[in-house]
Write a protein that binds this ligand. Sequence first.
Ligand code: GLU
Length: 464
Amino acid sequence: MIRTRFAPSPTGFLHIGGARTALFAWAFARHHGGQFILRVEDTDVARSTPEAVQGILDGMNWLGLKPDEGPYYQMQRMPRYKEVIAQMLAAGTAYRCYTTPEELERMREAQRAAGLKPRYDGTWRPEPGKTLPTPPTGAQPVVRFRNPVDGIVAWDDLVKGRIEIANAELDDLVIARADGTPTYNFCVVVDDWEMKITHVIRGDDHVNNTPRQINILDALGAQVPIYAHLSMILGDDGQKLSKRHGAVSVMQYDDAGYLPEAVLNYLARLGWSHGDDEVFTMEQFCAWFDLGHITPSAAQFNTEKLNWLNAHYLKQTDNERLAMLVRPRLEARGVTVGATPALDAIIGLYKERVSNLNELADAAEIFYIDLHPQADVLAQHLTPEALPALADFIAGVREVAWEAPAIGALIKACIGRHGLKMPKLAMPLRVLLTGQAQTPSVDAVIALFPREMVLKRLTAASPK
Ligand code: GLU
């Protein structure tokens, strides 16, 4: 049984890089009919917040990355970590160390001065035949992992290839602080072990932790999972993705009017490929996804491509669902969405022309608010030669069949009678009805409105 996990630290909102990690871990589990586990790594109490936890859950939910198990919270697992530490102390794979922080600092200074790499000197590390110093009374020790001193620790990373580290490079890691709380790497190890994680898919900022984690897993007699470390995501400008680049939290993409399926499709292609396929469903992605086609080099964000995908998905999405997504955006702007024109009809006409839900809301808004076209725009289009044709059209509106083709025919008849070219009448109509010079086909726009509303808008602003 394949078991993957996503293990965010709730110190900020779900970042777009974290979302990609979650997506890959989720898809790998789906591909193999396995399980995807969500684990909130909230042991850094100073930096973890309930808002960030909620932000992560919201982001996962918005993307539809549903865990099969969890969320587990590390803070709720403290007793278990302490139990494992006690077992390791008993087994001799961990030991109490009474070296004080001041002593450690002095030790490091001396090592640095001698041109050596600063490291713990092993004073309290038990060795066969070695007599340990007597513990100072009343002092609270930390617990250190007894890291092997010889040999190497190695793993075949599914993205980065084989990685080997000499154990001599690794210190005896502190696994419990003097107050008894377990440290970060230790909790990860216990959880990956007990949650029976088979594949650890995570950001490559954790490559450095992996050799230590493997050594501890070995000491526990645990099965070492397979690791796949994903390269980081760079911004459009090739720099490390950060707040400077605008939206970095997943929910900001929601605010900005992206559809989750567009973001998912986009993220799936960030560092992974399936031939030349650019547009695919999550079902296809899960069917295709493997860890063998992940690029080890950093992936670069491309906002233009995301926008293109979003426009694509907007076109594909039915009007009713889009209306459900656009309506709260309009309401948030204080716009009351009336029964006429029907929001889904407006959306049907505009969805081909926009690249996000906010633009769709912009387009829909003008149908529901009192419109005050700008005087200069009116002056530009309500020319003396256009006015008689406009009056003619207004007269015709009262009788014409209320559907786009008949309205189109009326427009043509009016321009014919007044010897005008199409834009001479179409532009004033657009501007008076929508406040905008650019709209979809004007007859289709007019047909969206109730007849009375058209009469009202055409007569309100046009000079008498
Ligand atoms: N909690 C870590 C983070 O948010 C991830 C740990 C892991 O995946 O092993 O960076």
